[in-house]
Design a protein around this ligand. Structure first.
Ligand code: AMP
Length: 451
């Protein structure tokens, strides 16, 4: 049985307390789900009542079941003949991976029902998707771009949508889907139930939520930052030129059983894979330039342990649910602090503990300070591991006042000295945007991702 990462107060409710249809309860029991998670306890009764919902929760909290179980329940009780080229429930997801994951989960929860689920996203032949939609489908999971392509080709109409779910709204906006979402909102019937989920709720998201929702109930589970509390976080000061050698050194450590390595760009991810290959360390990359087949293969190999190192960009990794990631390694620090929280949340899932090691060069120090401010934590600086000999220039990567890292512990060992998060302006090296504002940096980050 898997336990989701987020727990709040003690919850006594069982799934049968919700009055869900018997075939759904049977499927949940088969999956080993015993106790609803906090978001499920809060959301399921409201969604069953037909209320609109604004949920603040991230992947890993069990939110897929929170929105899909009541939809399945409704369709189990109220079966209708399928309308050609239409769907009764539409679930929007920012990424292909998350869309597949949602559809997989719904198929599991609905396995004892006669409810059809289909997933459509870019990077797959559209003609096959057009054919699959011809007879209509009960639940459609889609990324916004491909959904609109299908609508423009008259392969799909949204006029029969009874339930609309918008998942990971903050990432949708980060990815520039705002216009697509506004268009979609106009294509669904006014009379519908809408469920809106986001990990964060800045003003822009709240504005979008208002367009989608009618007098919604609000539910929230602990924000992403709490995941960070269970992750042993460390930072190593190292020059850019030494990062690749350091990565190989750490990955060869016996303590690393499954590592997710983050780079800021797709090109960077490919470079890391190539270099690791030269070092005899098998690794795969997952990012937006890879074909769907390549992405799925890489993810499956990683999930099943055939490949213990996966290199990813932020967007590709968001929403990925892989068990037992022992280490998250930030080969490059993200310039958006929230991305750091999402990254390290890939380990310490399902109630486990995990380790996150961040490589930080001179230019990235300002990012580190931002991250420490956002997570309200000092991330301990540890020395480069035993047996790793940096070139003389590397020593200068230690910040003034943080102490020169001493030789000593490997990645699993105790931290030596916390870095104090003193406020300074942008990175001295003039990296993406010296002193750039947060929204600006977010845009820079997106641009870098798409390079
Ligand atoms: P999600 O946030 O929907 O991606 O869910 C995170 C993980 O928790 C998934 O692997 C689910 O299968 C699992 N999960 C969701 N709800 C429960 C539950 N009530 N009990 C045990 N596992 C769950």
């Amino acid at each position: 049985m898997r336990l989701p990462a987020c727990t709040e107060s003690t919850i006594l409710t069982t799934f049968s307390d919700f009055g869900l249809a018997e075939p759904i309860l049977k499927a949940l029991a088969g999956e080993g789900y015993e106790t609803p998670t906090p978001i499920q306890t809060q959301a399921i009764p409201l969604v069953l009542e037909g209320r609109d919902l604004l949920g603040i929760a991230q992947t890993g909290t069990g939110k897929t079941a929170a929105f899909s179980l009541p939809i399945l329940d409704r369709f189990a009780r109220d079966q209708k003949p399928r309308q050609p080229r239409s769907c009764r429930a539409l679930i929007l997801s920012p990424t292909r991976e998350l869309a597949s994951q949602i559809a997989d989960n719904i198929r599991i929860y609905g396995r004892n029902l006669r409810v059809s689920t289909q997933v459509v996203f870019g990077g797959m032949p559209i003609n096959r998707q057009i054919r699959q939609l011809e007879r209509g489908v009960d639940i459609l999971v889609a990324t916004p771009g491909r959904l609109l392509d299908l609508i423009d080709r008259r392969a799909l109409s949204l006029s029969h949508v009874e339930a609309l779910v918008l998942d990971e709204a903050d990432q949708m906006l980060d990815l520039g889907f705002i216009h697509a979402l506004r268009r979609i909102a106009k294509l669904v019937p006014r009379e519908r139930q809408s469920l809106f989920f986001s990990a964060t709720m800045p003003k822009s998201i709240a504005g979008l939520a208002e367009e989608y929702l009618d007098n919604p109930e609000r539910v929230a589970v602990k924000p992403a930052a709490t995941t960070a509390e269970r992750v042993a976080q460390q930072v190593m000061f190292v020059s850019s030129g030494q990062k690749q050698r350091l990565l190989a050194h750490i990955l060869q450590d016996g303590a690393v059983s499954r590592a997710l390595v983050f780079t800021r760009t797709k090109h960077g991810a490919d470079k890391v894979v190539k270099q690791l290959d030269r070092d005899g360390i098998p690794a795969a990359a997952i990012h937006g330039n890879k074909s769907q087949g390549q992405r799925e293969r890489a993810l499956n190999d990683f999930r099943q342990g055939r490949c213990k190192v996966l290199i990813a960009t932020d967007i590709a990794a968001r929403g990925i649910d892989v068990d037992a990631v022992s280490h998250v390694i930030n080969f490059e620090l993200p310039n958006v602090p929230e991305s750091y929280v999402h990254r390290i949340g890939r380990t310490a899932r399902a109630g486990a503990d995990g380790a996150a090691i961040s490589f930080c060069n001179v230019e990235e120090r300002a990012y580190l300070r931002d991250i420490q401010r956002t997570t309200r934590q000092d991330i301990p600086v540890i020395a480069l591991p035993d047996g790793f000999t940096p070139e003389p220039a590397v020593q200068s990567e230690a910040p003034r006042g943080a102490g020169r890292p001493r030789k000593g512990p490997g990645p699993g060992n105790a931290p030596q000295k916390p870095m104090q998060g003193k406020r300074r302006r942008g990175p001295p090296g003039g990296q993406p945007h010296k002193g750039a504002s947060r929204p600006q940096r977010q845009r820079d980050s997106q641009r870098a991702q798409h390079m």
